[in-house]
Write a protein of this length. Structure first.
Length: 422
């Protein structure tokens, strides 16, 4: 029987409201007690006053495997996740081939288990090949372990297809995750339409493309009774619509990602391709609206939106460069910036990274309680570090936060009681 006693920690469990200084005992991969009583034969770790919280639950990330192992493998993603305090990760299905086959879903789950440090919960492809046309076999994918359905970075464009997807997913108790960007308006745009894009000579995407897609899919959720979840919401207009839909009692939820509350469109100045994202970075007023939505509960979770690319994908003219940024190792640190700025209390911020995404998924994760899996993250909330291209864990180095100084660093991560980082 393996035992670990972590002492002198600020134990913070957002789901239960627990916030205390004390000790936590782990036995055989599960949390045994929070009493702080000495345990015979236990290894003891003095946390030195650092914060001990549940392992982070990342609602959406691209892992590259299968098909793009040159960008990221499940093993390299697990390394970066452990360094970021992430113990559960939901992998997007728009791989090559797409996760529209039960065998591929099972493959990704097994590969996650093989790392010993990360539980991977795959999203199933909503449509075959994530092409937006013919629905996948939701029942078989769900049985294989898919936590829900999405076409990843592609919007489910046809209204009839989205209506059928919402109805079909409802029968299996699953949600549809939508990339909220009306495809015909987005086109081949590279930046948010406006003065900056015009000055840089870049093709623009109107911010309204997000709100238009959100408005349509809220109407379809009302029609079908299905659960629609909007990924990486980035505009004030879309957040207002989601806020109203929630007040109406519709089954609507959303997440955002750190770039949309930490950066604005000026980050693409100098044609900086690491800051080319999908959706693109927005105006400052939209960034502030995302921060307000984190605070008032409109946003249900913060996801890494991890999208690995290699250097050749980014070292191109801005309009041709691949959109997306690495985000696993920086997920906690950038979120804590909002705590240090006074926008969020620490328990509120951690809830968006742990208990709230776990509740959305209906999984046994994101909590600290006797009997719960000992998936834990220990971090020092004010320890400073700098994000540096080439120095991040894992393969992917294309961080939009390259050069950013952060306060808050993970110093230990445990998966089922086994230390996997620090």
């Amino acid at each position: 029987m393996t035992k670990l006693l972590i002492t002198n920690a600020r134990i913070l469990d957002p789901g239960s409201g627990l916030d205390t200084v004390g000790s936590l005992l782990v036995e055989d991969g599960r949390i045994a007690s929070l009493s702080g009583a000495p345990a015979e034969g236990a290894e003891t770790l003095d946390a030195g006053g650092a914060v001990l919280c549940p392992g982070l639950v990342d609602l959406r990330a691209t892992v590259g495997e299968p098909g793009a192992e040159h960008r990221e493998t499940i093993a390299s993603a697990a390394e970066a996740a452990a360094a970021g305090g992430i113990t559960t990760l939901c992998a997007l299905p728009d791989t090559e081939p797409a996760l529209d086959d039960p065998a591929l879903v099972e493959f990704v789950i097994r590969r996650g288990e093989a790392t010993g440090s990360l539980t991977i919960l795959p999203w199933g492809a909503a449509t075959k090949s994530c092409a937006g046309k013919e629905l996948s076999e939701f029942g078989l994918l769900r049985e294989a372990g898919a936590v829900g359905f999405t076409d990843g970075a592609r919007a489910i464009g046809p209204a009839r297809t989205m209506r059928l997807a919402l109805s079909y997913a409802r029968a299996f108790g699953a949600m549809i995750v939508q990339h909220p960007e009306e495809p015909s308006l987005a086109g081949t745009g590279a930046a948010t339409e406006g003065e900056l894009a015009t000055r840089l000579g870049l093709p623009g995407i109107p911010a309204a493309a997000e709100a238009i897609q959100v408005a349509r899919d809220i109407a379809l959720a009302r029609l079908t009774g299905g659960h629609v979840h909007f990924a990486h919401v980035s505009t004030a207009a879309a957040l207002d619509l989601i806020r109203e839909a929630k007040a109406e009692g519709l089954r609507v939820s959303c997440d955002t990602a750190p770039p949309y509350f930490d950066l604005n469109e000026t980050a693409i100045g100098g044609f900086r391709t690491y800051a080319k994202l999908s959706p693109p970075l927005r105006r400052e007023e939209d960034r502030l609206a995302v921060v307000a939505a984190l605070k008032d509960g409109t946003v249900d979770a913060i996801a890494s939106d991890h999208t690995p690319w290699d250097a050749d994908d980014k070292r191109l003219p801005f309009a041709q460069a691949a959109p997306g940024g690495a985000g696993l190792a920086t997920l906690l640190g950038v979120t804590l910036a909002r705590v240090h700025a006074g926008d969020l209390a620490l328990p509120e911020a951690l809830a968006l990274l742990t208990s709230r995404p776990a509740a959305l998924l209906g999984i046994e994760a994101g909590r600290i309680a006797p009997g719960a899996p000992a998936d834990l993250c220990l971090f020092h909330p004010t320890r400073a570090w700098q994000v540096r291209d080439g120095k991040l864990p894992g393969k992917a180095q294309n961080s939009p936060f390259d050069g950013r100084a952060l306060e808050g660093r993970v110093i230990g991560t445990w998966k089922r009681g086994k230390r996997v980082f620090g």
